[in-house]
Design a protein around this ligand. Structure first.
Ligand code: NAD
Ligand code: MG
Length: 398
């Protein structure tokens, strides 16, 4: 077996760390080609000393310098590169076979797209990239013969419940699919009355009941924006209209999503809530690999509950459906405004219930239609961020 070279974009984050955990279990199958982080020197240093990548990329130049010095002192041969452009270089490098796209937010778009354009196996956790660039990204996958494998647990579950011949690039073998049932935990405030949501603190919002994740996706899970982004992600990945992607609240997070077929069958994927399962699936596909995840104990699980999402208390879900119906410019605006809103909420500049208000406001200013090139995507993203920042500034003054 020829060992595959892996680039982990965002290796210092929650998905990055889980990816390296799975890779460490299969040293004969995989070697790490490149690791990247925004600025966490300590974490990347430890990872480099354990996995000996050829390259380590630090987006922040000062952090890159410090990492390079520490690695030299430790006698490491890993070469340190600085700046965002180096992310694209390692993601598309001829010695990279598979790319784990696990940067959070819009910052992941260019390197994820570079991996697709270089025809890599793209293991996509960075859902924001697909929300921003849907058509363009899927076209790149098709044109350059890339393999697109979803890491998001729901989309990975759906992928596992589709016929073996399904490929994201062509949407082949989709016959007979009636609906996708996208499960949602409901987040930490599922049972809270609407009147209490105004006073939610960042600490309460990032404490997810079932999953341990980065801060941004944890807040998104609490507002249900995460599920909204995932609806858009599912439409692109599986080539379905949004009417055929239904959100089902399932508080136990044991079923990771389902596919409903026209003969009445519903197929589900179950497991413990641990991202190493979808990561191992994408790394091994079409084979299965040991992931380190404990087997599911159904007797301990005991119950599986289902509810409809409450769109009154959690308007972000509807905003995402509305943005997708409106077009690509609106989904870019939705994502940009949400990223800025979450940052401001974590800094206590705006309240929890301001997040959907801000997103709805910024979405209204987006152009109609869908951008056909990267430049237009980046311009819309920038405009929506500056609209968001003025809204936040205005809010702080009153
Ligand atoms: P995280 O915050 O733990 O890690 C984010 C990573 O991105 C870090 O390595 C960080 O250094 C890097 N990064 C941040 N800003 C950057 C920038 N400007 N330039 C370059 N790199 C930057 O986040 P996470 O929870 O691992 O999530 C990563 C992605 O995976 C997100 O898109 C998230 O929605 C998705 N995802 C995560 C989970 C999960 O369980 N954590 C599940 C499904 C999907
Ligand atoms: Mg998910």
């Amino acid at each position: 077996m020829v060992s595959k070279g892996i680039t982990v974009l965002g290796s210092s984050g929650s998905i990055g760390v889980s990816t390296l955990d799975v890779l460490a279990r299969h040293p004969e199958r995989f070697h790490v080609f490149a690791l990247t982080a925004n600025h966490n020197v300590e974490r990347l240093l430890g990872q480099c000393l354990q996995f000996h990548p050829r390259y380590a990329v630090m987006v922040e130049p000062v952090a890159a310098e410090s990492l390079a010095k520490r690695l030299r002192e430790a006698g490491s041969e890993t070469e340190v590169l600085a700046g965002a452009q180096a992310l694209e270089m390692v993601a598309s490098h001829p010695q990279t076979d598979y790319v784990m796209a696990a940067i959070v937010g819009a910052a992941g778009l260019l390197p994820s797209l570079a991996a697709a354009r270089a025809g890599k196996r793209v293991m996509l956790a960075n859902k924001e990239a697909l929300v921003m660039s849907g058509q363009l990204f899927m076209d790149a996958v098709r044109e350059h013969g890339a393999e697109l494998l979803p890491i998001d647990s729901e989309h990975n579950a759906i992928f596992q419940c589709l016929p073996a011949s399904f490929a994201a690039a062509t949407h082949s073998a989709r016959d007979g699919i009636e609906k996708i049932l996208l499960t949602a935990s409901g987040g930490p405030f599922r049972l809270w009355p609407a009147s209490d949501l105004q006073a939610v603190t960042p600490e309460q919002a990032v404490a997810h009941p079932n999953w341990s994740m980065g801060q941004k996706i944890s807040v998104d899970s609490a507002t249900l924006m995460n599920k909204g982004l995932e609806v858009i992600e599912a439409c692109w990945l599986f080539g379905l209209p949004a009417e055929r992607v239904e959100v089902v609240v399932h508080p136990q997070s044991t079923i990771h999503s389902m596919v409903s077929y026209n003969d009445g069958s519903v197929l589900a994927q179950l497991g413990n809530p641990d991202m190493r399962t979808p990561i191992a699936y994408a790394l091994g596909w079409p084979e299965r690999l040991v992931s380190g995840v404990a087997p599911l104990d159904l007797f301990a699980t005991a119950r599986l509950d289902f509810e409809r999402p409450d769109v009154e208390r959690f308007p972000c879900l509807q905003l995402a459906y509305a943005a997708h119906a409106q077009g690509g410019y609106a989904t870019i605006a939705l994502n940009a405004a949400n990223e800025e809103a979450v940052k401001a909420f974590l800094k206590r500049e705006i309240g929890f219930t301001d997040i959907p208000v801000l997103v709805g406001h910024v979405m209204q200013q987006a152009s109609a239609g869908t951008p056909m090139n990267l430049e237009d995507i980046i311009v819309q993203d920038g405009e929506s961020r500056s609209h968001s920042l003025s809204w936040i500034k205005n809010k702080k003054m009153h």
